[in-house]
Ligand binder design. Structure first.
Ligand SMILES: C[S@@+](CC[C@H](N)C(=O)[O-])C[C@H]1O[C@@H](n2cnc3c(N)ncnc32)[C@H](O)[C@@H]1O
Length: 250
């Protein structure tokens, strides 16, 4: 997945305003987080577009399962720790004030069990009071099989056209992508890719987050239109995941 697309990923998402999104994420982290530090882990960081902005105010770490996208992120973010690992089972030697997982990276997981272990892993890597900001994949109720979507981007030397066709395979969406890449002076390249995504309702995602020990809520406001954002806060006491109020002892 994304192996062949990696060199063109940034051309394709060219219109996405990562600076604006990063500021919105920072504001949400301040609003919901209860820890005071400034460490941020971006899981499924891709080519490091959010990290480029977040690193101005946070000590950032990126993690992704694709060697190809991390290679691009390394060029963009010299000096930043970037880890090649799977979100389900990575183990880092530190905890973070914010763990983000954006642009529906969790949609690539294969089962609800995967989601459960991933949320538990996010919780494990949060400092007490830290916050997880997770952008989910499309809600099953909103997924429209049979939909055709065309995206084109024209850059100075690379032009990308992507046509997508959506279908449904049980609990999964399957988006069939055809890419046509034009490189000035080098000709055209065509390749195909099918990206499947786990269709899980917002309610179920919240349940899984809560089970992972995070106090979870769903915010309708979105970075990507229609996706919303899951916010999970780790408790500030050692009595479990919830924020348990400390009651004065008599
Ligand atoms: C749609 S891209 C989003 C990239 C980036 N967050 C952004 O906003 O541009 C999803 C990313 O998740 C990564 N990914 C998918 N499954 C993963 C897994 N199990 N563990 C870690 N990264 C994964 C992919 O390699 C890809 O870079």
């Amino acid at each position: 997945m994304f192996h062949r697309l990696a060199p063109y990923y940034d051309d394709l998402v060219g219109a996405k305003d990562y600076g604006y999104e990063s500021r919105a994420l920072e504001s949400l982290a301040r609003q919901h987080g209860r820890s005071r530090g400034r460490t941020w882990l971006d899981v499924g960081c891709g080519t490091g577009r959010h990290l480029r902005f977040l690193r101005r105010r946070y000590a950032v770490t990126g993690l992704d399962a694709s060697r190809e996208v991390l290679r691009i992120a390394r060029r963009r973010l010299p000096g930043v720790r970037l880890v090649l690992a799977d979100m389900r089972n990575f183990r880092l030697d530190e905890t973070f004030d914010v763990v983000s997982c954006l642009f529906s990276a969790i949609g690539h997981l294969r089962s609800e069990r995967d989601l459960a272990v991933t949320f538990a892993n996010f919780a494990r890597h949060l400092t007490p009071g830290g916050v997880a900001l997770v952008e989910p994949w499309i809600d099953p109720a909103d997924f429209r099989p049979g939909y055709v979507h065309l995206l084109t981007r024209q850059g100075p030397s690379v032009t990308v056209a992507r046509m997508a066709y959506s279908s449904r395979e049980g609990k999964r969406s399957a988006v069939h992508y055809h890419y046509l890449i034009g490189k000035t002076g080098h000709g055209l390249e065509h390749f195909e890719e099918v990206v499947t995504g786990l269709l899980v309702s917002r309610g179920r995602l919240l349940e899984l987050m809560e089970r992972a020990g995070l106090t979870a809520r769903f915010l309708k406001e979105s970075l990507t239109p229609g996706r919303g954002l899951l916010v999970g806060v780790k408790g500030t006491t050692s009595s479990g995941g919830r924020n348990v109020p400390v009651s004065p002892k008599g």
